[in-house]
Design a protein around this ligand. Sequence first.
Ligand SMILES: [Zn+2]
Length: 262
Amino acid sequence: MKQPFIIDAHVHTGYPGIFFSPEVDSRCLLERMDQFQVQYAVNLCSMRALTGSQDRELEKRQKEFEESGGRIFYLGFFNPQNGERDLAFMKKAVSQTGFRGIKIHPSLNKISADDDSYEPVWKFARDNDLPMVAHTWSVSSYNPVQVLSTPEKFERFVKKYPGVRFVLGHSGGRGTGRHEAVRMAKQYKNVYMDFGGDIYSYRYFENMARDVPENKVLFGSDYPWIDPRSHLARVYLAGITSSYKRRILRDNALEVYRLENK
Ligand SMILES: [Zn+2]
């Protein structure tokens, strides 16, 4: 295939603060997309939106989407501490052409994923037929807030809103988190996983292909703090079928984010 065909379903723009990243803007991202045959990327929020105000954020992302020639899609961010205020920003953005869903991050916002304060955003996703992506990880002794985002904490909403396509970002991280993510992707029709982040265990994709149906796993790099080539190389070299690879690198993201197949 000569045309760019990959979809990177987990990128960010903006200064990350806690991670070293010399490239932070959409212009750099676009250069990398051209370099690595990536047709579309899904921006799971700028760092500013994750950690501060969403004011004018979605207008800026739409501008980036247009400047990229319709290649950098984006999500809105819901912080349950802001509640209705964040939903109001997204209500305005629903008709914007690059807006494709909602991101939540219970660890960063310090409110457990099973808390009632997330109910309005699940309803909003259902009513507007939008996918949701959550930061998910495993219990971590050196990063204790991760306990707020373990995959099974989302399960009550996954069951209650079976029509919402729900992506476990980072596939639950390591150990028990990953185990739970695999269980949920198998058990629930509406649960997907992306493998953005720094999980580099040996035979990761071979195990994934053995355990998880082929329509459930999405390629995500977590650019700009992870080099997309590391994950791309692992997919290319994995001992899995080419149809599973194609599903990971493109088809599953097209379905989850309803992107045009062109
Ligand atoms: Zn991320």
